[in-house]
Design a protein around this ligand. Sequence first.
Ligand code: ADP
Length: 344
Amino acid sequence: MKEDAEQKRTKRNLFLFGVGILSFIILIAAASITIAFLYIIFNDKDFDAYGISFIALTAFALLVTVATVVFLYHFVQQSQTLIDSLNRVASGDYGTEIKYSRRSTFKKVYVNFNNMTKELRSVKSMREDFVHNFSHEVKTPLFSIQGFANLLAEGGLSEEEQKKLLGIISEEAGRLIRLADNNLILSKIENQHILGERKPIKLDSEINDCIILLEREWSGKDIEISSELEPLKTTGDGVMLRQIWINLLSNAVKFTPEGGKIEVTLKKSGDYAVAAFADTGVGIPAEELPHIFDKYYRARSAEGKEGSGLGLAICKRICELSGGKIEAANRAGGGAVFTVTLPL
Ligand code: ADP
């Protein structure tokens, strides 16, 4: 819509510019003819009609030349600004921004250029954040494993202490395996256009199984889970769909403080099944909502919590491959709600 208005304005300006030039030519021609006629009417013998016309036309030609030179100078200068800025971006300076006035001939191009560099800056910072987060995610468990293994090697620990350390080592190794698994799953489904084998699936019992599977996590945080699941069937890749339920439930548990509540519902809406996972957790900062399904993206509110920013990207891709969609929102009373819509 905005683009159309911009194009219309450019066309209108060009039209006005053409009309201006044409009027100017007509005005000069009319003036020369009038002067020539006036002198003929008053029968001035000394009057040189051709001479006057020649002077008028020469003046006009001069004016047109000056106007063209000024316009070309302006045009070349603005093109040069664009070329210089593109060269700066090509050499890696994504901080480049073109300053322009409201009347700039290339205003639209400059606006798009500035949007492009803004986007490049955000991609660059996302990449840096990812490298930072990813290294952190890998290094933290590795350090723990190394530290606790050293402690065990030193000896002198009671059997109970040894058991505790071995438990932590196994948990940290699990974290690394999950990270590797998520990376593998995502890179696999990113290049897939259809999901694996399609089988009849009872959505309500699948979701219920996942709630039970994660019981240790939610009951450990004293979180209350309520579920209202309509018995609904679909056909799809059950293993992949399970990834969605597990990721959404684990996130709800992870981002909900102790004593919170999670509500899971499954309802039919037309030809679709709609599953919603609502929690009473930290919610998602409004400006970050559009990004949370991006690969490796983690909202500010996730700081200090385990994760790699892959879970929701996986959910989104599986939903797309299943012909459905996933949406996120904040709840009025606080907390987040994720809604998955799948064809029945
Ligand atoms: P992560 O491994 O960080 O959980 P996800 O891809 O699953 O990665 O989620 C991406 C980000 O979305 C999280 O880091 C968090 O900021 C936000 N998020 C996901 N689920 C919730 C939730 N239930 N409540 C609040 N924020 C959430």
